[in-house]
Design a protein around this ligand. Structure first.
Ligand code: SF4
Ligand code: SF4
Length: 377
């Protein structure tokens, strides 16, 4: 749906209209406790387009409270505490005004999903499991590993703190990582997804890219259909987004246009979009081996932008870090033989100083070819 600005009255009207088309109140029971899960990646102000905009949060919360549900909110930031990130992102004010408390994202409890294809147990924030349901409020952005972050990827923040890094260590292949995200969504079963694409992020996302005005809000109960439909609007091929391909295969949702019913207004901008991704590769499924160094995009540091803060070193899941860093005032240096290509460093750099370089770009990588996955793990 089109919503050109973050104006409270307009957002309220757009979200109300969209939710009514999906059944609105019928998706919830009065008195239920629902978790609002915005994207709170890092402590950046709303205009950086890193986090879900506070006015989207406010409008969604007002409507859900009108349905009679009790709300809490939370996320597990990639860096920084939840209160600090929520304050910087502008969410604390609407949360206070509407009486929405912060959920417990410090403790973790197991969530079992026996039917999952790959990941049967997740450690989930206690505050998520204490709720009757979840409403996801993703921000539309590019992403180094998954190419885009939208409805499916947003639930990764339900896994607290350092536990997220373990998945990057265990699942360096993007296809395996996407399957984990799909399993996570199948286990959590979010009730609804409301995507903030009014100002999205393109280029070197999900933190170091450029804000891009799209005037888009998308609402769905099917995260795969939402992500696939938005990708088509942006000119991105859904077949190159691992979470969409695998989400469709696993039954999380639908990716093909003939299986998706578009309700209400849903159209692209008048001009042709040239939405820039974090790197040009169509797929990242190339495994370790003699071609890895030349085919898989590698993170590189722009020395002119680096402020030598060391965040990239500390967020690397490889221990000791795959970035060598003598200390403050020194530039980190990559050890590419040890680097997993998880791109956590590129994701968290506050200066946008790390970008992804493809030694041999082009069509060599082809489309995504999901690998056979054994049950369990
Ligand atoms: S996180 Fe970015 S700014 Fe900080 S040391 Fe690494 S490259 Fe430099
Ligand atoms: S150096 Fe960066 S891309 Fe490589 S493993 Fe560490 S965080 Fe991941």
């Amino acid at each position: 749906m089109t919503c050109e600005e973050y104006k409270p009255e307009r957002l309220l009207a757009v979200l109300e209209e969209g939710l009514n088309l999906l059944g609105g109140r019928e998706l919830f029971h009065p008195g239920e406790k629902i978790l609002l899960k915005p994207n709170l990646l890092a402590a950046d102000p709303p205009e950086r387009a890193v986090t879900t905009h506070p006015e989207v949060f406010r409008a969604a919360a007002q409507i859900l409270q009108d349905y009679g549900v009790k709300l809490v909110f939370g996320d597990s930031p990639g860096i920084g505490s939840l209160p600090r990130v929520a304050r910087k992102a502008g969410l604390l004010d609407p949360a206070r005004e509407l009486g929405i408390e912060m959920a417990d994202f410090a403790q973790a409890q197991p969530l079992h999903s026996p039917e999952a294809a790959q990941n049967r147990t997740f450690m989930i924030a206690a505050g998520v499991l204490a709720c009757d349901g979840l409403v996801s409020l993703p921000k539309l952005k590019t992403h180094g590993l998954m190419r885009m972050t939208g409805a499916v990827k947003n639930q990764f923040g339900c896994i607290p703190g350092l536990l997220k890094g373990e998945f990057h260590l265990k699942l360096p292949d993007p296809g395996d990582f996407a399957r984990m995200l799909v399993d996570l969504n199948l286990a959590l079963k979010p009730r609804l997804y409301i995507l903030d694409g009014i100002v999205a992020m393109e280029g070197n996302g999900p933190r170091g890219g450029q804000p891009r005005h799209l005037g888009l809000v998308a609402i769905s109960t099917d995260p795969v259909a939402l992500d696939a439909s938005v990708c088509r609007l942006l000119g991105l091929e859904p077949e190159t987004i691992p979470t969409i391909v695998i989400g469709n295969e696993a039954g999380l949702g639908h990716s093909q246009p003939e299986d998706i019913e578009i309700l209400g207004e849903f159209r692209g901008p008048a001009e042709k979009l040239d939405f820039k991704t974090a790197h040009p590769s169509g797929s990242l499924t190339v495994q370790a081996g003699r071609f890895r160094q030349s085919l898989v995009p590698r993170p590189v540091i722009d020395k002119t932008r680096c402020r030598c803060c060391g965040i990239c070193v500390s967020c690397c899941p490889v221990k000791p870090s795959a970035l060598n860093w003598p200390g403050p005032a020194s530039l980190p240096a990559y050890d590419y033989q040890r680097c997993l290509r998880c791109y956590c460093c590129q994701e968290m750099c506050p200066e946008g100083a790390i970008s992804l370089y493809v030694p041999l770009p082009g069509r060599i990588l082809g489309g995504l070819r999901p690998r056979e996955v054994k049950k369990g793990s």
